[in-house]
Every structure is written in C-alpha cells, then in structure tokens.
Design a protein around this ligand. Structure first.
Ligand SMILES: *Cc1c(COP(=O)(O)O)cnc(C)c1O
Length: 475
C-alpha cells in the first residue's frame, strides 16, 4: 500500500514513513493510492471476527489492509495491547445502545480521557513507540488542541521512551475539567503551552513550525493532529464495529451522524464507505461554527477568521476551517491533485474561500458519497440534552447532542441511524447543569482533578516563541 499527497506531489510513501511525517512536502494530506475493497465474503468474515474475537481482532483486519510495513504478528500485538477492556471499559470497546425509534448511540468515549480521540490516539502511542524503537529514533510531537486532542495525546504518550509532547492550546478556552486533565500531568515528557489566541492560531503555529523544514528536521518534529493518516485509519474500525452491532445481515444499510469539527471523524466514515461498508448517509453535524454545514448546503467553502470563530458549548468543534476536509474534496474532484492545490493553496489563501457551487462534482457529495449536514446551536443543545434525559434517562454530552439533533433531521425509516457519542457529559459539566439543573456523574478516577497542581507555560501566538521553547527543552 502506497500513500500520496492530495496536492499532486509525485512521491509515493509507505505507512511507517507517513506515520512520523504529518503533512506531505507540498502541504497536502496523505491518502492511500486506492481504498482497499471489502467484498461480501470479507464483510461477513469481519462480522464474525468482531462477534467472536472482539474489537482488537477487527482492528487488525482493517489496519492490515493499510499497513504492510509492520509484520502482521507485531501489528496484531499492537492492536491487542491497545483495545483492551482495561483501557476502554467494555469488551465491545464501542458499545451501541438504542435511544429512540431508529436512532442508536455508539459510545466512543470510554477511554482514558473520556472522548473519542482516545480511540485513535491510544493506537498511535503504541505505533510511535514501536516504530521509534525499530529505528532507534526520537520524536518531538507538536500539536494543537481545543481540548480533547491534547489530553488524548498526552495520555497516550506520557512516559513513553523517545517521545516528548509539546501541546499548544488556546489560553482559557478549554473547560476547567479539560484543563485539569491536561495540566495536571506531571510527566517530564509532557509540555503544555497555553497560547494567547484561538484554536486556529495554535493550528497555524503548528503548520508554520512544520513548514520550517530545517527546524523540523533538527528537532525531529512530528504531529498527532487529526491530519495524521494513522489516526484517521484507526477511526475507520469503529464504523465497522457500529455497523455490525446495528445490523444482523450485510445487505442492510445504516447512517451515521457525526459531531464534526476538523472533519477527521466523519472522514473516517467516508473511508469506510469507500471500502464498501454499506453506509447510506453520513450526516455532518456542526455547531455554530458551521463551515462544513455551509459547504454541504451551498457548495461554498468559506474559512472563518478568528473574529468569526465562536466559542461555543461544544468547544471541540469550534473550528474556522476543517483541516481534514481536503481529503474528501480530493475524492470529490476525482483525485485531481492540481485542482485541490489550486483550491486549498491558492484560492483559500487569496480569498479565504472557494466555490464548487457550479461544479458538476458538487451534487455528488450527497448523491454519490452520501453526505448530508446540519447545524445545532446552544439552544438546540440544551433542548436535546434535556429531552434525551427526560424521555430516556440518558445523559449525553454537548457534542453528542449536536449529532443527535442532526440525526433526527436526517433519519430514514428502516435505516438505523447511529449517532457517534464523542465525549462523556462530565467533560462539559457547566452546560449539563444549565440544561438539567444537576451535575453529571463523574467517574471515580476524576474526582477532584481541578484541585491538582498544574504544569503549563503561557506563550504569545507566535511560532518563533514556540520554536524557542522547543529548542530550550530538547537537550
Ligand atoms: C474532536 C472532537 C469532535 C470533532 O471531531 P473532528 O474529527 O475534528 O471532526 C467532536 N466531538 C468531540 C467530543 C471531540 O473531541
């Protein structure tokens, strides 16, 4: 299996090369040259695998289609060590529960940081450790987070030999619980950097540092942002696991409703669908930061500036541009790298937008690729959380509420709609109290974490300041 850039660069690479690399040299994102196809016999076999041998065995089946430069036995053991009941709380790993007629919740948030990013990050930590040891190399991970990515990365990498984490986050914009989760880690290899700005300033800093090739090489900078293909492919697995739990036969179709920010989660759904998983609809659910909803409704992709990026009660979806979206556009435009480069490198930089409204390809986003979308506001979120609690006694978090609102708008009779539960309510307790007048339950391991000593450095929104910090802490 070889990987290529969405922007047409001629290089082709293997999995373990792009594992440690992040962005392609031309600024594009990596995608496999083609999607492995899952035929009917394989789908049936995978259904049996998940039912009898569990999630880790299913993960091995999916991942081995994409990773052919790690010996199969090693990859199997990496999967077995990652997806355990001890780490994820259940044997199903991503248990599905019915909510209302036709709508199900798939729990992706039972890992160490109580958000779906653990699903990919726990695997990434083990993959990094494996590959670095194999090469006798070191890695300094530079990341940007609005909350969940950072804590998931730090909990996956803490204490791992050969790895340091430098995690930027927008100062004061994460929930107290999220800040406590990250900043209370005392491991020497974990560095929290609070940036005076919004999430996109953090993301821009990561891009600027990564684009300084000399610095990147000298300090062995890598990334764990959702543009990393290894994270994306790890997420493909739970689309299969959700499908197998919601259906009894492989001729059935399902829909997924996905709380979306950077388009990483739902892009994994797109990949699963391209492999042949019988997905009818992929519903992209946004909050007030509705860049993606606007695109799927109108064909115009309009990145927002910092001033138009709202701080919402589903903060892990507060983005102004969706960094994984380029992968889908590449497929939508029949994998025309020159065209993608024009849109993302030129048009977006010059005008902050591009337009596919009149392009023949745009209607295919829905007709051929199954994408629909919707938007959910703070009031919608409160109403959805309240309604779900009152009618079913089920407490959902704010991001999942956005997914559920949009799921209800797009559910079709006879097609199970799976809402991806991306976080537990305890992470966003303030909004739960606002909606329900009561505190969410807190798992025992998290009682009192806000009072723990914090380890964090404040820095301006300036790539050079971050570079200096990294240089000082890499000897
Ligand atoms: C990251 C995150 C999202 C958004 O996922 P993307 O892959 O960025 O689209 C949604 N909900 C929660 C709780 C998250 O942490």
């Amino acid at each position: 299996m070889l990987y290529r850039s969405t922007r047409g660069h001629p290089d082709r690479k293997r999995f373990c090369e792009i594992l440690l690399e992040g962005l392609a040299p031309d600024g594009g994102l990596y995608l496999p040259e083609e999607y492995p196809q899952v035929d009917a016999a394989t789908l049936a076999a995978w259904r049996a695998t998940y039912a009898t041998r569990g999630y880790a065995a299913l993960a091995f089946e999916v991942l081995s289609r994409y990773i052919d430069d790690i010996p199969a036995e090693d990859l199997r053991s990496l999967c077995d060590r990652t997806y355990t009941r001890e780490v994820f709380g259940t044997d199903a790993i991503v248990p599905l529960r019915p909510l209302e007629e036709g709508i199900w919740l798939e729990a992706l948030s039972n890992g160490p940081t109580l958000a779906f990013k653990d699903m990919a990050m726990q695997l990434l930590g083990n993959l990094f450790e494996y590959e670095l040891a194999r090469r006798g190399a070191q890695l300094n991970i530079l990341g940007a987070t609005s909350g969940d990515t950072g804590s998931a990365a730090e909990y996956a990498m803490k204490g791992k030999a050969g790895i340091r984490v430098f995690m930027t986050s927008p100062e004061g914009r994460m929930s107290p619980f999220q800040q406590a989760q990250m900043f209370s880690l005392q491991d020497d290899n974990i560095h929290n950097l609070a940036i005076a700005g919004v999430f996109d300033d953090c993301q821009d800093i990561v891009k600027a540092v990564s684009n300084d090739l000399a610095f990147k090489q000298r300090y062995k900078i890598g990334t764990v942002n959702s543009i990393n293909w290894a994270r994306l492919v790890a997420q493909v697995v739970y689309y299969f696991a959700g499908y197998f739990q919601a259906t009894t036969h492989d001729d059935q179709k399902v829909g997924f409703s996905v709380p979306s920010g950077n388009f990483g989660n739902v892009c994994a759904g797109h990949v699963a669908r391209m492999m042949g998983l019988p997905i009818d609809t992929l519903a992209v659910a946004t909050n007030e930061n509705d860049v993606l909803d606007e695109f799927f409704r109108t064909g115009t992709y309009r990145a927002r500036g910092s001033a138009d990026t709202f701080e919402t009660s589903s903060p892990s979806m507060d983005i102004s541009k969706a960094s994984n979206f380029e992968r889908f556009v590449f497929d939508l435009l029949a994998r025309d790298g020159a065209r993608v480069r024009q849109l993302f490198a030129d048009d977006l930089a010059a005008h902050g937008r591009f337009d596919l409204r009149d392009d023949d390809a745009f209607p295919e986003a829905a007709a051929r690729y199954g994408f629909v979308s919707g938007r959910s506001t703070h009031d919608d979120r409160l109403a959805t959380i309240r309604d779900t609690w009152e009618r079913f006694g089920t407490m959902i978090d704010t991001h999942t509420a956005d997914g559920l609102k949009v799921a209800r708008a797009h559910a079709k009779p006879g097609v199970p709609m799976l809402v991806l539960e991306t976080a537990l309510p305890v992470k966003f307790a303030g909004t739960i109290v606002e909606a329900l007048g009561r505190e969410p339950e807190r798992p025992a391991a998290f009682v009192g974490i806000e009072a723990l000593p914090k380890r964090v450095r404040s820095l301006p929104a300036d790539a050079d300041a971050v570079k200096r910090y990294i240089a000082e802490h890499c000897e």
